[in-house]
Structure formats: structure tokens, C-alpha cells
Design a protein. Structure first.
Length: 91
């Protein structure tokens, strides 16, 4: 994960060998500011096969320390993985 501009965040990932993973699984991304108690993100804004996603930060989040969480869900939402905390991003 990285900032690729003052207000643009990018997340990249590799292929997985997990037999339960499917190319069209939907990525869920949350960027949360504990100071502001404010979150932004998306569900389905990218798919597993994309191996990356970008999001323009909400103006309130620019300049904040953000906690980053990611998860995946099947396209039909029948399977949803637990989200994981990727760490803190300093914007």
C-alpha cells in the first residue's frame, strides 16, 4: 500500500494459490481515521484479478494517519473473508 499523490491511495496484491479464491472476488477496502472517527472506502471497487486498486481520498482524510483494512467477498456475496488490518498509512 502506498500514497501515489497527496490524495490518492494505491493497494497492490499478488495472485493466490487458495482454491477458494476466484478471479472475480470483490475487494473491500476501508481507510479509517481514528482521530476524526471517519472512514471511506468501497466494496467491489476492484476485483481480485485486477491485482491493484486506487482510491482518491476524501478531503477530510488528507493529512491524517489512516488505518487500512482489506477483505474480499465472492461476487454473489455468499462467501466473505475476514478483513485484515494492513497497517497505518501516514498521509
Amino acid at each position: 500500500m502506498e500514497l501515489i499523490g497527496e490524495d490518492t491511495f494505491r493497494l497492490q496484491w499478488g495472485n493466490t494459490e487458495n482454491p477458494r479464491a476466484v478471479y472475480n472476488d470483490q475487494v473491500m477496502l476501508v481507510l479509517y481515521s481514528p482521530v476524526l472517527h471517519f472512514a471511506d472506502g468501497f466494496i467491489g471497487g476492484a476485483m481480485r484479478r485486477d491485482q491493484q486498486c486506487t482510491i482518491k481520498l476524501h478531503p477530510k482524510l488528507v493529512g491524517q494517519a489512516l488505518e487500512v483494512y482489506v477483505g474480499v467477498a465472492s461476487n454473489n456475496r455468499q462467501k466473505i473473508a475476514n478483513s485484515i488490518h494492513l497497517g497505518t498509512l501516514l498521509t
